[in-house]
Ligand binder design. Structure first.
Ligand code: 2IT
Length: 447
């Protein structure tokens, strides 16, 4: 490993030994930047890595709310404003019981590079709370979102920091947060993305992340003179990302045979298409914790409890659920079963050793920061529409999204090649995302 990179990583590990997820993301990114540090000493001279790994600002706050029984509840809320070198902080908000500052630092750090890759002017940020939305009533969700925003509003703004959804935060939650922001500021601006269509949201935003993942997979396959058509696909998760990915796989003639939840996975030999896709949304609304009802409703589907879908023999795997959902054993099983393409839909879907295994075996592997960037890219398009006070058609947004995904793919391929790592999308994505941000930081001086 490059000496400068090794020193920065060692210091980081000593400083935040409890932030396992953040350290994992930092290691994956920094270790692939070694060749850049060697070729361009200006980055070390400007202490770019030391600066990059520290968020510009971290906000931690109390989120008090009242549940339906009238009992007081207290959660922890966060916003990590990681880097604003190339634009206002931008990134989603995650509501999940396991959220810690480490989770949001890992996500915010990834977001810097992802947003840079989109080619749009967006810095990196992420927020969230250790709030568990499953089983909560609509009123409880609303009260929580309102309380969360009653603190967050003073730290964000359309030219400062623009949050959006993530796990546990969809259109409903964004709507409640937007309403509270508007009331407190007396201002109607595009301060959040993923809004409802009637108040500034963009067409195609709900399905954009999943669409982008499959567009990216198609571009990767094209480099092997192949395509998604006729491919058997395993997808994990059943939320926003999976939902869009299942649709786009069907559009491109692939057959999706799995989706999953925290309780296990669904195997459907007949393929998940048609009204089964709409049913995924129904399940999400009912109970975020279970995919089992899918097998009750559809005869061709089998529910496999307690397992992940990576044991199924498929051509393409799209992990779209949560971080570290695919480990080294899963990677080996996929490889043994002949899977040739793994494209991350969730952020940091794969553990570090799984990533290294894919790269070593020359599997077509795309890291989430490149392949799932279609979501935030379309958020960027929503910001543009809000600024010019116009709405684009679905076709126009989709075409821009498609072109952005092609552009990201090209940037990954070219950067990897330039540094002698042909076909390595991990290195390609990290280098391409890094350079733009690092050069902007140098140009702006020590701030
Ligand atoms: O991980 C992600 O890129 C997101 N959750 C979307 C962020 C955004 O600002 O749309």
């Amino acid at each position: 490993m490059n000496k400068y990179v090794a020193t920065v990583l060692k210091d980081l590990k000593a400083r935040y030994p409890w932030e396992a997820e953040f350290l994992q993301a930092a290691e994956e990114i920094l270790e692939s930047l070694g060749p850049v540090m060697e070729k361009e000493p200006k980055y070390q001279a400007n202490k770019i890595l030391e600066r990059l790994v520290e968020p510009e600002r971290t906000i931690c706050f109390r989120v008090p709310w009242i549940d339906d029984k009238g009992e007081y509840q207290i959660n922890r809320g966060y916003r990590v404003q990681f880097n604003s070198a190339i634009g206002p902080y931008k990134g989603g908000i995650r509501f999940h019981p396991k959220v810690t500052l480490s989770t949001l630092k890992f996500l915010g750090f990834e977001q810097i590079f992802k947003n840079s890759l989109t080619g749009l002017p967006m810095g990196g940020g992420k927020g969230g709370a250790d709030f568990d939305p499953s089983g909560k009533s609509d009123n409880e969700i609303m009260r929580f979102c309102q309380s969360f925003m009653s603190e967050l509003f003073r730290h964000i703004g359309p030219d400062t920091d623009v949050p959006a959804g993530d796990i546990g935060v969809g259109g409903r939650e964004v709507g409640y947060m937007f309403g509270m922001y508007k009331k407190l500021r007396n201002e109607f601006t595009g301060v959040l993305t993923g809004k409802g269509l009637s108040f500034g949201g963009s067409l195609v935003r709900p399905e954009a992340t999943g669409f982008g993942v499959v567009y990216f997979a198609e571009e990767m396959l094209k480099t092997k003179k192949d395509s998604m058509k006729g491919k058997k696909v395993a997808i994990s998760g059943f939320g926003n990302v999976s939902w869009g990915a299942v649709q786009k796989c069907n559009h491109l003639g692939a057959k999706v045979v799995t989706i999953s939840g925290p309780d296990g996975y669904i195997y459907d030999e007949a393929g998940i298409s048609g009204d089964k896709i709409a049913y995924m949304t129904e399940m999400l609304k009912k109970d975020r914790m279970s995919v089992a009802p899918f097998a009750k409703k559809y005869k061709s589907a089998k529910f496999i409890p307690g397992k992940r879908p990576w044991e199924v023999k498929v051509d393409v795997a799209l992990p779209c659920a949560i971080q570290n959902e695919l480990d080294l054993n899963d990677a080996k099983t996929l490889f043994k079963n002949g899977c040739k393409v793994v494209v991350e839909g969730s952020n940091m879907s794969s553990t570090l050793d799984a990533v290294r295994f894919f790269v070593e075996k020359k599997i077509l592997f795309a890291p989430g920061k490149a392949s799932n960037a279609g979501g935030v890219a379309t958020s960027g398009l929503e910001m543009s529409q809000n600024s010019i006070r116009l709405s684009w058609t679905a076709e126009e947004v989709d075409e821009r999204l498609h072109n952005i995904m092609k552009g990201i793919h090209k940037a990954c391929v070219e950067s990897a090649k330039q540094y002698g790592f042909e076909g390595n999308y991990v290195v390609g994505a990290n280098i391409a995302g890094f350079k733009k941000v690092a050069d902007a930081m140098i140009a702006q001086g020590l701030v």
